[in-house]
Design a protein around this ligand. Structure first.
Ligand SMILES: [Zn+2]
Length: 258
C-alpha cells in the first residue's frame, strides 16, 4: 500500500508551471521547524500475544517505538520474559516504560480510589521491570504529568499527585488506533493516518506538533493484522514532515525522563 507517495507524485507532476515559477523560486524547499511533526508510537499491555510481531516489524522497519509494559505480564512465563528481553536488548530502537504491575486488575475506579496501593503497584512494576526511566502510563486513563503538562481527571488526581511528588512523568495519548471486540484493529491504516493528520492540523495534541499514538500489542497477533501495521508504518514514512521518536525524547520531561 503506497497510495500516499503516488498521490504525492501526481499532485506534483500536474502543478502548473509558469515561466516565472520556472525561473524564480517561490517557496523555500527546506522544511522549516514548524513543519516538522514528531510522532511517538507506543504499544501497551505487553508482553502478550502480538508483542513478538510488533518487535519484528519495528526492527525490520527501523522504527523507534515505546513499549508500556505490565509487570505481571512480564513475570507470567518464560516466554513473556524472553519477549521482554528482546525489547530490552534493542536499546537503539526501543524503550520500555511502566504501565503498572496489575493493570488495575481492570477495576479502574477501585484502583484509583486507593492511591496509596495504586502508587505501590507502579513501584512494584518499576523494580520488577527494571525500568531505566521515570515515565509511566496509567492503565485505562490518559493523564499527563511533565514539567509543563498537568492534565488529570478527578479520579486519578490523587495517584498522579503521589507519582509527581516521587518525580515521575505520566504520558497519555493523543490518538488511539482502537480495537474491536475480537481485539483486532478497528480502523484501517489510512484512517489512523487521517486521524493523526487531523490532530496535527487542528492542534489537538497535548503538545503542539508532537503526537503520541496508542496501540496495543495484541492487535497485531495474526498475520493479516500484522500486515496492517507494516502498511501503517509505510504510510507514516511517506510523509516527509514526520519524524519518529521514543517517549524518552518527549519535550518537558521531569528530570529529562531519567
Ligand atoms: Zn493498558
Amino acid at each position: 500500500m503506497i497510495i500516499a507517495p503516488i498521490f504525492y507524485i501526481f499532485t506534483h507532476l500536474f502543478l502548473p508551471i509558469s515561466p516565472v515559477t520556472a525561473i524564480v523560486p517561490i517557496a523555500k524547499t527546506n522544511a522549516s521547524d514548524s513543519l516538522v511533526k514528531y510522532v511517538y508510537l507506543t504499544f501497551d499491555d505487553g508482553p502478550l500475544f502480538g508483542t513478538s510481531n510488533c518487535i519484528d516489524i519495528c526492527t525490520n522497519q527501523k522504527m523507534p517505538v515505546t513499549f508500556f509494559e505490565v509487570g505481571r505480564h512480564q513475570a507470567m512465563s518464560a516466554k513473556s520474559k524472553a519477549l521482554y528481553t528482546r525489547i530490552l536488548q534493542n536499546e537503539s530502537l526501543f524503550v520500555i516504560a511502566n504501565h503498572s504491575y496489575t493493570h488495575a486488575n481492570s477495576k479502574y475506579k477501585y484502583f484509583y480510589r486507593h492511591p496509596a496501593s495504586a502508587f505501590n503497584d507502579f513501584m512494584k512494576s518499576q523494580s520488577s521491570l527494571q525500568v531505566k526511566n521515570n515515565i509511566i502510563r496509567l492503565p485505562g486513563n490518559s493523564a499527563w504529568n511533565t514539567t509543563v503538562l498537568k492534565k488529570a481527571s478527578g479520579l486519578v488526581k490523587p495517584v498522579v499527585h503521589k507519582l509527581d511528588s516521587a518525580g515521575f512523568n505520566i504520558i497519555g495519548w493523543d490518538v488511539e488506533w482502537g480495537f474491536d471486540k475480537n481485539r483486532n484493529p478497528k480502523e484501517m491504516p489510512q484512517e489512523v493516518v487521517n486521524l493523526m493528520d487531523s490532530a496535527f492540523t487542528h492542534n489537538h495534541n497535548a503538545t503542539k506538533n508532537h503526537l503520541v499514538l496508542l496501540m496495543h500489542d495484541h492487535m497485531f497477533r495474526n498475520p493479516a493484522d500484522s500486515a496492517k501495521l507494516v502498511s501503517f508504518i509505510a504510510l507514516l514514512k511517506s510523509n516527509p514532515h514526520y519524524q519518529f521518536r521514543k517517549i524518552t525524547q518527549y519535550p518537558g520531561l521531569i528530570n529529562g525522563g531519567r
